[in-house]
Design a protein around this ligand. Structure first.
Ligand code: ZN
Length: 393
């Protein structure tokens, strides 16, 4: 990592090599000027400038002197680290990665769209994505099935999943187990046990899709190890993370204590109901990460985009800074490929999301057509990926 002075001397050196100082040589490739820069990774919330060179954050300061090949006026906008969405189905279609990039998403995980039989299809999309994209392999070898991924227990094939991961270590970053009664039926516990057997043999996390399971949730969550992820944490009963008296289950508290992550996974059906959200938020059990459970239809559903999902808990007491942390630095901690992401630290890859925080009356949908009204909503405005400006279409 270069500090600003080192960076400037390096830039001057380059100019000399190119044939002496140039009167108007740009100091930076890009400067984003005058936005409200919010970066929870180092507790920054201030009006300022962000300068980028060579695809990395070169400087961040109240005012940055110097020229740039391109300047973006961000006045009135939020300038935050590029957003990370850890539960999507971006890799189900070739156009997915480009679409979520428009929403400010500079890193995504496809959470189990495919299993061992056709994992190559999602990996091909991830490989050609403009931003970082990786996949979780569905423990059901045929991936997501309308009749239920692992209703037939033979589909939870440990050998097939291990072989598929061994061939694709660079793109498979975990194992997904969908456990609802319409997905796994009474097999939920055994499916998770097998997913864990696959994951632990490679040192990878398991992500479980919780909610409406046949097995009691405590029995399932007890199988999760440090670094595993529970998605759909706001799923209503049966088998939510909270009891009828408003107490978070002790096994859930224990899971968080041992390092299991809890993720929103907005989605469309069965994952989020406002009364359950209210009870869980009131109990003080807040999410580590937001995620969309995105697919190409999401603009027509209550999901819309990650900034919209990040706006849904403002009415339950979450601050703007906390919401941005859930969509950036917190997500970066979960998957090693995001180690240097989710931050605007000098030297970090220059992935930046420009957002608008609008004030007014905004309707937010759960998965049951219930609406709440909020006073603020985040909208995507533009994205910078690896220092490259991506205007919103
Ligand atoms: Zn999903």
């Amino acid at each position: 990592m270069l500090n600003r002075r080192q960076f400037l001397s390096a830039a001057t050196g380059a100019a000399m090599v190119l044939g002496g100082p140039r009167a108007f040589a740009p100091t930076y490739d890009l400067i984003i000027r005058g936005g409200r820069v919010i970066d929870p990774s180092f507790r920054l919330d201030a009006i300022g400038d962000v300068a980028i060179s060579g695809g990395r954050i070169a400087a961040i300061d109240a005012t940055i002197a110097g020229e740039a090949a391109k300047t973006i006026n961000a006045r009135g906008k939020l300038v935050v680290p590029g957003l990370l969405d850890i539960h999507t189905h971006t890799a189900r279609s070739a156009e997915g990665p480009g679409l979520v990039l428009q929403d400010g998403v500079t890193g995504w995980i496809d959470a189990g769209s495919q299993g061992a039989d056709r994992i190559g299809e999602t990996i091909a999309v991830a490989r050609s994505a403009p931003q970082q994209g990786r996949v979780l392999i569905n423990i059901g070898r045929a991936g997501i099935l309308p009749e239920g991924d692992t209703m037939d227990l033979k589909r939870a094939d440990v050998g097939a999943a291990r072989a598929a991961i061994a061939k694709n270590r660079d793109f498979v970053v975990g194992v997904k187990a969908r456990l609802s009664r319409d997905v796994a039926g009474a097999n939920d516990y055994e499916v998770l046990r097998r997913a864990q057997a696959v994951a632990t043999s490679f040192g990878l996390p398991v992500m479980i899709h919780m909610g409406q399971t046949i097995s009691p949730f405590p029995k399932l969550v007890d199988l999760l190890k440090r670094g595993d992820i529970v998605t759909h944490m706001f799923a209503p009963p049966p088998n939510s993370i909270i009891d009828d008296n408003g107490h978070i289950l002790p096994e859930v508290l224990a899971a968080r204590r041992r390092g299991v992550w809890f993720d929103v996974g907005n989605g469309q059906t069965g994952h989020m109901r406002w009364d359950t959200v209210a009870a869980i938020m009131k109990a003080g059990f807040w999410p580590d990460t937001f995620s969309t459970d995105w697919n190409t239809e999401s603009h027509e559903t209550g999901v819309i985009d990650l900034p919209n999902c990040m706006s849904k808990l403002f009415g339950y007491g979450m601050t703007l800074e906390e919401a941005i942390a859930c969509g950036t630095v917190n997500a970066a901690r979960i998957f090693p490929l995001f180690n240097d992401r989710g931050t605007l630290n000098v030297g970090a890859p220059a992935d930046v999301a420009l957002l608008e925080l609008r004030e007014g009356k905004f309707e937010f949908l759960d998965n049951y057509k219930n609406k709440i009204t909020g006073r603020q909503r985040l909208f995507p405005s533009a994205t910078v990926l690896g220092g490259r400006w991506v205007p919103r279409a």
